[in-house]
Design a protein around this ligand. Structure first.
Ligand code: NAD
Length: 480
């Protein structure tokens, strides 16, 4: 059994005052690894190392950062199956999801390398006659990232890669459930030659390790991805320090199917968009809104397809539905399903579980009084809601506290564009499902799905400070 230590100041160190915990494989229930958890002294050590390293790192040439990020991409490419194996064993990813996630990060690292050369400032006119006025972007210093379990490699790497491309040092706290995945990021950057202290990875408890990172004044920004409940707490905590924070939070993303859509295509899109990684995807289309004229036909075709999805061992290449990260999530889904049934919804398929495996579940005739209409289930369960027309569909889509992703399937592009502008979501995908990401796009949400954008130049803007600089080339007239 492998034991993993903390990565602080370029060294693999034992915890000074934390515990060593079992890391469980959610598919088998067996211990997958033993992981050192950071205690207060370790957090202090990591922040001190990052602070010290941030000074020299902030002054490095873009070419140096670029080279390290490209090397990291090459190292990852060479180790892609090893990373995918960890994503299967630790996070319960299916083989396909694991390979997709690891491969995405290769591109992400390459695209982050290019960002290091594009940290642009501006010159601007001045009302003063002899003034040269400009803005420059400077790194913030130390940034801390707190990451979730579901896409643990991709989401953490997005934060790490762009923060260091911008010249910051980083402290990463991975999810308790996917600590090894987080530590693999450190292994890749160590192999790529990142200087000591620029990246530190410290697994540990959310409130304790995460809380200390938020409270420490040497950490200039928190980049958080996780649930809305925790995000709200962190927003309050960060406000005590007036600390910058970006929040990528939960969702209840709608997919609208209009009556003129290609129904077979809509069924395929809706199915992928909810059942990828067993529905444990922030932008999953868990709310399918279907125009009345095609509602019954859509329900029949969709249920038939879902019944064919294979549930089981995530290592089997044809498995679609693997395990949930924790068994307790099955009870959340059971509650949502039962509440919907009690209030008149129809169960088209699924609705039961065995250990951590929940059957893919489809509820039709879902209405606004049901929990499943509003709350994030974070599992393989989807609601189908009937809408009289496209205006009603828009109303139902926006009738949510969340606003992460959304999608519209129709052949009427004009109507789709109009809906896109009126959908209360950070992202809209026309003729697609709601699950979509690329390294350089502005990823993020509105309403209770958070604020701030991640990806490419959008991250670079969040992770740098704009500074206004002037040069007085003549003599300024002072009134006294
Ligand atoms: P979570 O909020 O339970 O945990 C996320 C991280 O926060 C973990 O590292 C955890 O240890 C840490 N944490 C928990 N309590 C903390 C505290 N008091 N202080 C500091 N840190 C704390 O989320 P999860 O279960 O890991 O992930 C699922 C959630 O994440 C879902 O709601 C999902 O929608 C959301 N998510 C959002 C996005 C996005 O981009 N918007 C992406 C992935 C997941």
């Amino acid at each position: 059994m492998q034991e993993y230590r903390l990565f602080i100041n370029g060294e693999w160190v034992e915890t000074q005052d934390g515990e060593v915990l079992d890391d469980i494989n959610p598919s088998t229930g067996e211990v997958f690894a033993r992981v050192h958890q950071a205690g207060p002294k370790d957090v202090e050590h990591a922040i001190t190392a990052a602070s010290a390293a941030s000074v020299a790192w902030g002054k490095t040439q873009p070419a140096v950062r670029e080279e390290i990020l490209i090397k990291a991409a090459d190292c990852l490419q060479a180790r892609i199956h090893e990373i995918a194996d960890v994503l299967i064993d630790e996070a319960g990813s299916t083989f396909g999801k694991a390979m997709f996630e690891a491969s995405f990060v290769v591109n992400l690292l390459r695209s982050a390398a290019g960002e290091a050369r594009r940290i642009f400032g501006e010159t601007m006119p001045s009302d003063g006659p002899d003034i040269f006025s400009m803005s420059v972007r400077r790194p913030l210093g130390v940034i801390a990232g707190i990451a979730p379990f579901n896409f643990p490699f991709l989401l953490a790497c997005k934060k790490v890669a762009l923060a260091i491309a911008a010249g910051n040092a980083f402290v990463l706290k991975p999810s308790e459930e996917t600590a090894v995945t987080g530590l693999k990021i450190a292994e890749i950057f160590e192999q790529a030659g990142l200087p000591k202290g620029v990246l530190n990875v410290i697994p540990g408890s959310g409130p304790e390790v995460g809380g200390r990172l938020v409270d420490d004044p040497r950490v200039k920004m928190i980049t958080f991805t996780g649930s809305t409940v925790v995000g709200k707490k962190l927003a309050v905590q960060a406000a005590q320090q007036l600390k910058k924070i970006t929040l990528e939070l939960g969702g209840k993303s709608p997919l609208i199917v209009l009556a003129d859509a290609d129904l077979d295509y809509a069924v395929d899109a809706a199915c992928f968009g909810i059942f990828l990684h067993q529905g444990q995807v922030c932008m999953a289309n868990s709310k399918l809104i279907v125009e009345a004229a095609v509602y019954d036909a859509f329900c029949d075709k969709f249920a038939a397809k879902v019944k064919s999805l294979k549930v089981g061992d995530p290592r089997q290449p044809n498995t679609v539905i693997g395990p949930l990260i924790r068994g307790a999530q099955c009870q959340v889904i059971d509650r949502h399903v039962q509440d919907a049934l009690d209030k008149g919804a129809r169960l088209l398929t699924g609705g039961s579980s065995e250990s951590n495996f929940y059957q893919p579940t489809v509820m039709a005739d879902v209405g606004p009084d049901m929990q499943i209409y509003r709350e994030e289930s974070f599992g393989p369960v989807v609601s189908i809601i009937k809408a009289d027309d496209h205006e009603a569909a828009l109303y139902i889509a926006n009738d949510s506290e969340y606003g992460l992703s959304s999608a519209v399937i129709t052949n009427d592009l004009q109507k789709a564009m109009e809906l896109s502008l009126r959908l209360e979501a950070g992202m809209v995908h026309i003729n697609d499902c709601t699950v979509f990401d690329e390294p350089h796009v502005p990823f993020g949400g509105v309403k209770k799905s958070g604020f701030g954008r991640e990806g490419g130049r959008y991250s670079m803007e969040e992770m740098t400070e704009v500074k206004w600089i002037t040069i007085q080339m003549g003599k300024r007239h002072f009134p006294f």
